[in-house]
Design a protein around this ligand. Structure first.
Ligand SMILES: NC(=O)c1ccc[n+]([C@@H]2O[C@H](COP(=O)([O-])OP(=O)(O)OC[C@H]3O[C@@H](n4cnc5c(N)ncnc54)[C@H](O)[C@@H]3O)[C@@H](O)[C@H]2O)c1
Length: 440
């Protein structure tokens, strides 16, 4: 990419109280605009570095000190430096920019995800994106680091980056909301405690999405316990279709495909139609009854039923925990990959005869699963961001009984968070202290 000429200018978006500067670059082939926004620093850091730059001439930044904490600086530090090239050529081939909000954007999964989003591998090479990154107060500096790395990556498709700690700002106009940020389960914390502490985060974020996001925003909840967090989130966002909310179970699907491929001695691209049923917990059910290897039912290829029912199932359920033992932390890169897979499955038409799984709201499902929970099920998409449930699946006693266990767990989780879904007083009678796949 050859740089032609820079003409900076800065801007302050009053509506969101977010400070911004714009970066745009135009060459004969490419036109791009970037906005990089920061929330104001505390008063002790209250300084304003402003730069005025004219074509081909960059002046030294001037630092403006202010004692008035209410007066917001127009820009902060390097983000005041705005490079605004003359838009001599407006490229006609770009699609309308899409806005993606990511929470927990300074965490481990987000070490990978925003870069994948910005690279074009998720929404396509002609889809410009605006990234809005939400962090906690504690992670705001790290978030700044993420934003700086995004800057330095010079992604042509990345037109705007905003960071902040207020979901009402960061979710503004979001068309995709990838909700990763959550608290980890601390030592001695009951699962009920985790449900409550993270549930409160997702209740607030649901309200924020309801108020400020696009009316058709697609939401993928990753932060655990993700199924029930997704339920809490959608219940707090009554103006957004419940169908738009997902809990990420794609990593579990990918893990199941890998194990089946290993056992059958085939490369994993030969394994398809693997459904994860139920909760993203150790009660999840990786479905080998409907899955296929080279287009054949798995049971015709892997005849070892004992392995399928016991070893395979448990391996998938506990894969996250084993990984933590090896790595000393939970899966981050493969989780980011699976978020990419999950989005791509919704924005790409599913090939005839195939499906993918995702945790979705049960509302008239054809499998007899309890309604009004978020349950992972087989889905197909026309590529418009929406999905339909797959009807052509079969059940046997084994599959039914396993699904029932996960369903019971999710119903119990739902009772445990009734205070966060507007359904009265919470009663926590969880059937045992089941674990998240990342816990041992
Ligand atoms: N569904 C899945 O398949 C799957 C897989 C892996 C991890 N996870 C879950 O994803 C979550 C994040 O994992 P990670 O490895 O990135 O964790 P992490 O601890 O590295 O990062 C989490 C980040 O979220 C931030 N955060 C906390 N509360 C927040 C809030 N209210 N708003 C915005 N940000 C907030 C934290 O400051 C931190 O930077 C965890 O809950 C983890 O269990 C889910």
């Amino acid at each position: 990419m050859a740089v032609a000429e820079f003409i900076p200018s800065s801007s302050f978006t009053k509506k969101t109280n977010v400070y911004s500067s714009q970066f745009s670059y135009v060459s004969a082939q490419i036109s791009q605009k970037r906005r990089f926004s920061l929330r104001p620093l505390p008063r002790t850091h209250y300084s304003q570095i402003c730069c005025s730059v004219t074509s081909k001439e960059v002046q030294a930044p001037t630092v403006v000190q202010t004692d008035d904490p209410k007066k917001k600086p127009e820009c902060y530090g390097v983000f005041c430096l705005t490079y605004d090239l003359k838009a001599e050529e407006e490229t006609k081939s770009w699609k309308k920019m899409t806005t993606v909000s990511v929470s927990g954007a300074a965490g481990m999964i987000a070490n990978h995800l925003p870069f994948k989003l910005a690279s074009g591998e998720v929404f396509g090479p002609d889809q410009p994106i605006a990234l809005r990154l939400l962090g906690s107060e504690r992670s705001i500096l790290a978030l700044e680091g993420v934003a700086m790395e995004l800057e330095d990556s010079l992604y042509p498709l990345l037109r705007e980056v905003n960071i902040g700690t207020d979901p009402y700002e960061v979710f503004q106009d979001a068309e995709w909301a990838l909700l990763i940020g959550a608290k980890p389960r601390g030592p001695g914390m009951e699962r009920a405690g985790l449900l409550d502490i993270n549930g409160q985060i997702f209740a607030e974020q649901g309200k924020a999405l309801n108020d400020v996001a696009s009316r058709n925003v697609k939401v993928i909840v990753v932060g655990n316990p993700c199924n029930t967090n997704a339920l809490i989130c959608l219940k707090n966002a009554p103006n957004i279709p419940a169908k738009n909310f997902h809990a990420l179970t794609r990593l579990d699907e990918n893990r199941a495909k890998c194990q089946l491929a290993l056992k059958a001695g085939v490369f994993y691209d030969k394994v398809s139609n693997v459904t994860i049923w139920g909760n993203h917990s150790t009660t999840q059910v990786p479905d080998f009854l409907n899955a296929k290897i080279n287009g054949l039912p798995v049971k015709e290829v892997i005849k070892d039923t004992k392995w399928l029912e016991e070893e395979f199932t448990e391996k998938v359920q506990k894969r996250g925990g084993v990984l933590i033992q090896k790595w000393g932390r939970s899966s981050a890169a493969s989780t980011a990959v699976s978020i990419v897979d999950a989005i791509r499955s919704l924005v790409t038409p599913t090939p005839e005869g195939y499906w993918f799984s995702t945790g979705v709201y049960t509302n008239g499902n054809p499998y007899g699963i309890a309604e009004d929970i978020v349950f992972s099920m087989p889905c197909r998409s026309k590529g418009d961001g929406d999905y339909e449930l797959v009807k052509e699946v079969i059940f046997d006693d084994y599959l039914r009984s396993r699904i029932k266990k996960s369903e019971d767990e999710l119903l119990a989780e739902k009772r445990c968070v009734a205070h966060l879904t507007g359904e009265g007083i919470a009663v926590c009678d969880l059937p045992g202290d089941t674990m998240l796949p990342g816990e041992m």
